[in-house]
Ligand binder design. Structure first.
Ligand code: NAI
Length: 296
């Protein structure tokens, strides 16, 4: 017997920063009612500003009419009260990357949302299982990992834990499809699919550079012209930020113990020396302006 996929209507989003505001926009764009929760008035104003700016850019580029923008914004209710999530049938948590903060939120949701609601975290690196078990219904919790910027990027990783109910997983996959995104499903391990593969590759490129096997330009050129990647790995690391990349690798290495993710020593040295990439003007390359590499 097959059951109909669940019809979600009201989506709660907690934390309206870089990711949460984008996630709220994606749901509202696709006709869902959204309840966006921030911790205070300032956060709420900033969150609303993110959505207004992002949709404003779509209007300026002729990709959205002003009427559609108004309707979209009208579908998002901004609030500072978690209790307003009472009507949500799905809640996506996108607050700071802190296990303690996320667990407190999942604990609090116990007394707020209906037992049938699905709960999700947008964490990039924390164990979904630990977040899920802070709640009394861990079977109804998944990871829904959007990519930045959420309105633009088409991949969504859905993370199942050992206790996720299969029907919940199927419902979330169906929902992500309704957003026009491509859902992929994986287990609960830091990095999920895309970052596990991507950061293993980036780390390998750093090790190659560190061993003086090839120059930075040639490493980057090989992947651009040989493999059709839009950027070489070292230029991409400068864009991501070497500190961020180091933290991601370190987290994956701690959890997975796969030597592919043991950060190349030079990465740590560059971070310590403040060579963080574009944001500090110097990483593997030197930048006069944020977007113009200069060979030195
Ligand atoms: P951010 O710092 O831009 O936004 C976090 C927001 O959460 C802030 O606006 C903050 O005021 C709010 N917040 C904190 N505690 C709260 C609470 N108790 N209740 C309500 N709101 C609260 O962070 P960002 O970059 O949006 O990341 C959010 C999550 O998404 C993290 O778990 C991160 O790992 C994940 N993520 C980030 C990506 C990125 O490229 N920035 C990509 C994919 C996932």
């Amino acid at each position: 017997m097959t059951t109909e996929p669940r019809d979600f209507t009201t989506i709660g989003v907690i934390g309206l920063g870089t990711m949460g505001a984008g996630i709220a926009e994606v749901f509202a764009r696709n006709g869902f009612d959204v309840i966006g929760v921030e911790r205070d008035e300032d956060g709420m104003t900033r969150g609303r500003g993110h959505v207004e700016n992002s949709t404003g850019r779509a209007v300026a580029r002729g990709k959205m009419s002003e009427g559609d923008q108004r309707e979209l914004l009208g579908r998002i209710r901004f609030t500072t009260e978690m209790a307003d999530l009472e009507e949500a049938d799905l809640v996506v948590e996108a607050v700071v990357e802190s296990l303690e903060v996320k667990k407190a939120i999942f604990r609090a949701l116990d007394d707020i949302v209906a037992p049938s609601a699905v709960l999700a975290t947008n964490t990039s690196s924390l164990p979904v299982t630990e977040i899920a078990t802070a709640n009394s219904r861990p079977g109804r919790v998944v990871g829904i990992h959007f990519f930045n910027p959420a309105p633009v990027q088409n991949l969504v990783e859905i993370v199942r834990t050992v206790v996720t109910e299969p029907a919940v997983l199927a419902d979330v996959e169906g929902l992500v499809g309704r957003l026009g995104k491509n859902p992929v499903v994986c287990g609960d391990r830091a990095g999920f699919i895309a970052n596990t593969l991507l950061f293993g590759y980036l780390n390998h490129a750093v090790a190659m550079y560190e061993a003086k096997y090839a120059s930075r330009e040639d490493i980057d050129a090989a992947m651009r012209f040989g493999c059709g990647y839009p950027m070489g790995p070292l230029a991409l690391l400068d864009l991501i930020g070497l500190d961020t990349a180091y933290e991601i690798l370190e987290t994956m290495y701690r959890q997975g113990r796969d030597r592919l993710h043991a950060p190349a020593p030079i990465l740590k040295q560059m971070v310590t020396a403040g060579l963080l990439g574009r944001k500090t003007g110097r990483g593997f390359y030197t930048y006069e302006k944020p977007d113009s590499p200069v060979v030195v």
